[in-house]
Design a binder for this molecule. Structure first.
Ligand code: TXA
Ligand code: MG
Length: 347
């Protein structure tokens, strides 16, 4: 291990220390309102490369550049459309990442060789203060080991990256709990590459037509080129096998309870991930996701719940399929990826 990783509480000293390290070319884990990010100076290629090493991230998976002021967009991107500007005015700072045509100043190391760059202005006051203090655009992916669920607390970052990074700035647990919406505005109509807390419905209300990339809810077709390279890598996945069960509440609980009984006979320890309203239907081990009436509560808990599956030593986990309106699109996108699209329809 190269570093004696420290978790620092928030305060002015921490903001200064984080920003000094970033200016020196180090990488630093920072809280955002979505998930924790692993930040580096986007204008320093050697620093950006450290991110890929620390995370074990494939080099073709591009990074989001974080800014704190709209004026920074023109340093990084060109041909910014009217719709893109409207979206910035409405949703920045916040959980919306915009994919724009890149300027030469943005390195291929950040974009994975694409001619576009993803930009976001986070709303978290700590992320915002660090960006403002260091005066640099910061490249930052989620601060997890590649392939694992994104971290929503400083402790989870520590579990994944201890020894690999110098400091983690502890800003408490993340409000939203799922990564930002990634919207490609280099095409018209704009296209959602990754759903998040800024939903398709919210975007459509502002700018009209918006499409959703097929890979969001369906497996990437064989031989197809991923529009967002992130989608082709296994993601958000615990070591356990996950099965998503589609059907009415009753049909799903009957199927899951039988399956868990059978797993137990076979010596496989299994668990169900369910909403608190459905908990009474499941007499066996369960992890509560949140309330079916409040998808925000499920979003906030989802990555914790996925990490709990492995911590509990379970080899199999079952979860109900939820319809994909609003924030549920983001929840189901993460669950489908975690389950490797293992879905059964029980009617
Ligand atoms: O909420 C978030 O977005 C968090 C916080 C830290 O800001 N960041 C995050 O970064 O989730 P990451 O690297 O884990 O996910 C970035 C996603 C990937 O799916 C990547 O493929 C996509 O954004 N992406 C980045 N640049 C892109 C580009 N130029 N074109 C298409 N997709 C891009
Ligand atoms: Mg990630």
């Amino acid at each position: 291990m190269k570093y004696d990783t420290k978790i620092l509480g928030i305060g002015y000293d921490t903001i200064i220390e984080a920003s000094e390290l970033l200016k020196k070319g180090e990488i630093v884990a920072i809280p955002t309102e979505t998930v924790y990010g692993l930040a580096a100076n986007a204008l320093n290629i050697r620093s950006v490369k450290k991110i890929f090493t620390a995370k074990g991230r494939p080099s073709d998976n591009p990074l989001i550049v974080h800014i704190y002021d709209q004026s920074q967009v023109s340093l990084l991107a060109k041909d910014v459309s009217e719709k893109a500007k409207q979206l910035m005015d409405e949703f920045w700072p916040g959980p919306l990442t915009l994919v724009l045509h890149k300027k030469k100043a943005v390195s291929d190391v950040i974009t994975g060789g694409l001619d576009t760059v993803a930009i976001r202005m986070p709303a978290h006051p700590v992320a915002f203060s660090i960006l403002e203090e260091c005066q640099l655009p910061l490249a930052a992916p989620s601060a997890n080991i590649s392939g694992k669920p994104s971290p929503t607390s400083a402790q989870q970052v520590f579990e994944d990256l201890e020894g690999r990074i110098p400091i983690i700035v502890d800003g408490g647990s993340c409000d939203i709990g799922l990564e930002s919406t990634v919207l490609d505005v280099s095409v018209d109509p704009p296209c959602i590459l990754r759903p998040g807390a800024v939903t398709r419905e919210m975007i459509a209300e502002l700018i009209g037509e918006v499409s959703m990339d097929e890979a969001v809810l369906d497996p990437l077709k064989k031989g197809a080129v991923a529009k967002s390279p992130g989608v082709k890598h296994r993601h958000y996945a615990p070591d356990a096998e996950i099965e998503i069960v589609k059907g009415t509440d009753i049909a799903v609980s009957r199927y899951v309870n039988r399956a868990i009984l059978k797993d137990n006979v076979d010596g496989i320890s299994a668990v169900v991930l369910c909403c608190q309203e459905h908990a009474k239907n499941y007499p066996f081990d369960k992890i509560i996701l949140g309330s079916v009436h409040h998808p925000e509560s499920i979003a906030e808990n989802l990555f914790n719940s996925l990490r709990e599956i492995d911590k509990g030593g379970y080899k199999k986990a079952y979860v109900q399929y939820y319809e994909t309106e609003g924030l549920n699109a983001a929840i189901m996108n993460r669950l489908l990826k975690a389950a490797n699209h293992n879905v059964i329809d029980v009617g």
